[in-house]
Every structure is written in C-alpha cells, then in structure tokens.
Ligand binder design. Structure first.
Ligand code: 7PM
Length: 289
C-alpha cells in the first residue's frame, strides 16, 4: 500500500451508508472522542458544557476525524451513572448541532436504547456501546435503527471493573464474548457489514491483560469484522510510562501504531491530527495491514 492509496480511500461523509462503505475498505479510520460532561466549575451548567462540546467537535472535524464519537456517560471506574434525562440532555443537542455543521459522521457512545434512538434521530450515524447491546431493549433498538454498531468487551460494570479483574485466558474470553454478541446481533437482523468489535482496553483489565490483547489483536480481526480500539491516554499508558493523563500523547501514538500494524480499523482517539500523522507514515511504508 502506498501514500496514494490512503489519499484515494473514500472519506466518509455524513451518512450511515457512506460510513459503512468506509468501514468495508478496512482502511484505518480515526474516530475523535467527544465527551459531553457537565461543567463542575461554572454555574453556566449545561449551556456551557454544550458550547465547549460543540467547539471541541468542530476542532476534531477540522483535524481530520473520520468519525466523532459523542458520549454523555463517563465510564471512569467508580463514576456515578447519569440519569436517562441527564444523558439525553447532554448528548442530543450536541449531536444535532454538530450534524448540522460538519460532514463527519457522528457516533453515539451509549448503552441506553432511548439515547440511541434520540441521537440517530438527531443525526448520529453509528452506535458505540461499551456494554455491547446487553441492556434490555438495546439490541432491538440498534437493529431497528439500521446504523453500524460497535460492540465492546467489558468485564463487570464501570463501578467494579477495576477491582481485581481476572481471566483464565483473556484473549480467548474476550474473543468468545465478542463472537457471541456478533451472533446475537446477526440473529436480531443487524447486517454483518454494520458490525464492529472492540476489546475494551482498560475495561476490567490489568496491564498484563491489556498488553496480551494488544499483542494478540489478530485474534479479534479473525472474527471477520472491523476492530475498533480505544487506547488514547488510558491508564495502561500511565502504567508503562509513569506519566499523567495530560502527558500520554507519545505513548498513545505508539499504541495506535502497534494497533494498526496488528489490524485495527478504527482508532478512537483524543488527538486526531497527531494520529493522522502516524497513519500517514505507516501507510507510506506499507505498514497498514
Ligand atoms: C473515563 C475513563 C472517561 C475512561 C472515559 C473513558 C472506549 C469507548 C470509552 C473504548 C469504545 C475513554 C473511556 N473507551 N468505546 N468508550 N472503546 N468502543 O478513555 O476503548 O475514552 S470511554
């Protein structure tokens, strides 16, 4: 593969159909992370967090994101989950505003069927669910919406997932879980070309578990659908480098490069422009598999 091939790869525009096409090329895509969380400092409250999220989304688009993942639930270990009304209030206005302003497809990071429906109605073209559509009604909702879906592996729940995670065979267990969810999605009528899987780095995993999954990412590409990875700024990089979250860009870029060389198709990242540079270099030397 050459630099020309990357430049010539179809760039997704704002629809689920074109996102599906871009995914089928298996060229690596960069997904920008857009967290819409309440502003704890200002009593501007939800209006200020809306403004900040919109601005951040426009920046991610300008940096060349192929996809922007909008999420209103912090899955930080131990975080209090938002109510349904809070999550809708955070996510839907941002999706609606961005959909009207950028050509980049939007994904909604949620486990709630109501949020999936409202976000797709507001212009989102994909669902990213860290609970892999296991909440009641989520599988049926996603099937009905007809958009691509990313199924992520998590052991237990965000509240408890980092309390002594254990596996007999982490790669085998994550692969078997995702294979089972893929089967359920196909049975529910989601077409295979709309499905992605993600090992869920940091979600109920120790450093050793995360490294085993990254090393053996080919076990997941073997499932036959694109693999998404979220490694950007995660604590495994802090464990490896000793750095705080603000200083993890070099580690994040190294991890992204490894993931692409091991077959990842979607990189979920905070630093879109820097990640695009990594892809340009890998592609030029034929390291995009
Ligand atoms: C606090 C801790 C806030 C962790 C946010 C996070 C993934 C995801 C997230 C991922 C997919 C983050 C995570 N991570 N969706 N959502 N894969 N598919 O670091 O790895 O962004 S939230």
């Amino acid at each position: 593969m050459t630099g020309t091939a990357l430049a010539a790869a179809p760039r997704p525009t704002g629809t689920a159909a074109s996102l599906g096409r871009a995914l089928r090329t298996r060229r690596p895509l960069v997904c920008g992370v857009l967290n819409v969380t309440p502003d704890s400092f200002s009593d501007g409250g939800r209006f200020r967090s809306f403004d900040r999220a919109l601005e951040r989304g426009l920046t991610l688009a300008a940096e060349g994101a192929d996809l922007i993942d909008v999420g209103g639930e912090s899955t930080r270990p131990g975080a209090r989950p938002p109510t349904l009304a809070e999550e809708l209030d955070r996510v839907v206005p941002v999706v609606e505003a961005l959909a009207g302003r950028v050509a980049v497809p939007l994904s909604v990071d949620t486990s709630r069927p109501e949020v999936m429906g409202a976000a797709v109605a507001a212009g989102a073209g994909m669902v990213n669910d860290v609970r892999a559509l296991q909440r009641p009604g989520a599988l049926a909702a996603a099937a009905e919406l007809g958009v691509p879906v990313c199924l992520m592996h998590m052991q237990r729940s965000p509240e408890t997932m980092q309390e002594d995670p254990r596996y007999r065979d982490v790669v085998g267990e994550v692969r078997a879980f995702l294979a089972g969810r893929l089967r359920d999605c196909l049975e529910a009528g989601i077409p295979p070309e709309h499905l992605l899987v993600d090992p869920g780095f940091g979600f109920g995993k120790t450093l050793a578990h995360n490294l085993a999954l990254l090393r053996s990412l080919d076990a997941l590409t073997g499932l036959g659908v694109p693999v998404m990875v979220g490694l950007s700024r995660k604590s495994l990089l802090g464990q490896l480098t000793g750095r705080g979250v603000a200083d993890r860009l070099p580690g994040s870029l190294a991890a992204a490069a490894v993931a692409v060389q091991r077959g990842a198709t979607v990189l979920r990242v905070h630093d879109v422009a820097a990640t695009r540079d990594v892809l340009a270099v890998l592609d030029a030397v034929g390291s995009v598999t």
